[in-house]
Design a protein around this ligand. Structure first.
Ligand code: LLP
Length: 417
């Protein structure tokens, strides 16, 4: 998806310098081709399984439209994500409403939209049952179970450990399903788990699936007949160019185990997955302009994107590759920092890059997952624009916010005048 032509970085057949001039910076730029390759890889590796795209990773409507058109369902984590998923073409029967703290209002919206629910607590179960009763509906559910597995990833994105806030402990899960069987307006159809994100080893997935497979057998004994086991998302991508498992590697590791589980069950259960990062992560670059270079004890390059635009380095210490987009040449060591008034606003530390000057263009790679979707207006900075590239064409898929957007929902009470 990326190449150099006359020293200039191109994404597909569009020059990054042209994109920055035409649309301004900071700018997220996504390659449609790369996105379709990732989608294809998952569809091939997991044919016969159901794939739900994790909307939280990137909720741009155009990007979601491409994913929905390819037959994916959606994992949504809020009524807002549900709203965006429906607009972009995901079918309600292919949507799973996840979340550990859904409001009654969100549950109502989900039931009206006729989506399935991943239930995180017994409180949520009763609420769904009550609201479904009011509406004369029967809601299909899975419980989010916590299999107590160490995914060996960053602690802030590990979700399957016992101390995690997500899900019902696996040893308490059978009891929860028993409670569900006594209710008239919910029907337990699945088991859901998600052990964490940016996981670079397939063995925690296998371990978790085995544990959940045992639970599935026990559930059949109490009369629960399952349609699906949803193993969540979490497959990592190769941010550091040190290697990462592909969807095929994940399939080779988990599908044989899933076949064993199927053999042990009477019901015809299918495997669901919820990839986010591994669908969109490496499809997108973030273009950012150099406002100033400061040489001294450290060489700082101050750019126009900060943790308001891409929070991952500041929040998780994440590594993103950085390129100078408008030239190549002799290298120096630079630390790339944003415009935010906090010392933690560092995008990349101590990188060898061609000599940088004010006005140069920097590309931050692998910014398609949890990039724009986690961005903010901190320090009074409107959120940036997004562009989709296909071959030689580039179209805006999200307009840059304006100063008006910073204040559009604010009110100064009359009595202050
Ligand atoms: N399913 C559930 C229930 C999830 O909570 C998540 C991600 C996914 C699927 C998708 O996981 P993925 O395939 O993208 O790893 N902001 C962090 C990542 C947070 C992940 C939250 N849950 C980051 O930038 O690394």
């Amino acid at each position: 998806m990326l190449s150099r032509r006359n020293h200039i970085l191109f994404i597909e057949d569009v020059s990054t310098t042209y994109l920055a001039e035409k649309f301004g910076t900071p700018l997220y730029v996504t390659s449609k081709k790369k996105l379709e390759e990732n989608i294809e890889a998952y569809k091939k590796a997991f044919s016969g399984c159901k794939l739900l795209y994790a909307v939280k990773a990137n909720n741009n409507l155009a990007i979601m439209k491409i994913i929905a058109k390819n037959g994916f369902g959606a994992d949504v984590f809020s009524a807002g994500e549900l709203y965006m998923a429906l607009i972009s073409g995901f079918k309600s029967e292919d949507i799973l409403f996840n979340g550990n703290s859904k409001s009654d209002e969100e549950i109502r919206i989900g039931i009206d939209a006729k989506v399935k629910f991943s239930v995180d607590s017994l409180d949520e179960l009763s609420t769904i049952n009550e609201i479904a009763k009011e509406k004369g509906e029967k809601v299909e559910i899975a419980f989010r179970v916590n299999p107590d597995i160490d995914p060996k990833t960053h602690p802030k994105i590990a979700t399957g450990l016992r101390e995690s806030k997500f899900g019902i402990q696996i040893e308490d899960a059978k009891k929860a399903y028993e409670v569900a069987t006594t209710m008239d307006n919910v029907e337990a159809k699945g088991i859901h788990f998600h052990i964490g994100s940016q996981i670079l080893d397939t063995s925690p997935f296998v371990e978790a699936l085995r544990k959940v497979g045992k639970l599935a057998v026990e559930l059949e004994d109490i009369g629960v007949s399952l349609d699906f086991i949803d193993m969540g998302g979490g497959l990592g991508i190769d941010y550091e160019q040190k290697g990462a498992p592909s969807p095929f590697d994940l399939a080779n590791a988990v599908l044989p185990v899933f076949e064993e589980i199927r053999r042990d069950l009477r019901s015809k259960v299918s495997l669901w997955l919820e990839p986010g990062r591994s669908i969109v992560g490496n499809t997108t670059i973030l273009l950012t302009r150099v406002n100033a270079v400061k040489r001294g004890f450290k060489n700082f390059v101050a750019v126009d994107a900060g943790f308001n635009t891409l929070i991952r380095p500041a929040m998780y210490g994440s590594y993103h590759r950085v390129l100078v987009a408008n030239k190549e040449g002799e290298e120096e060591v630079y630390t790339i920092v944003g415009p935010i008034c906090e010392s933690g606003d560092i995008l990349a530390r101590d990188r060898r890059l061609p000599r940088i000057e004010k006005g140069d263009l920097i590309a931050i790679l692998d910014a398609g997952a949890y990039g724009f979707s986690m961005s903010s207006q901190y320090n009074g900075r409107p959120r940036c624009a997004e562009v989709l590239v296909e071959g030689e064409n580039a179209s805006i898929i999200r307009e840059r916010e304006t100063f008006g957007d910073l204040v559009s929902r604010q009110k100064i009470p009359e009595w202050l005048f």
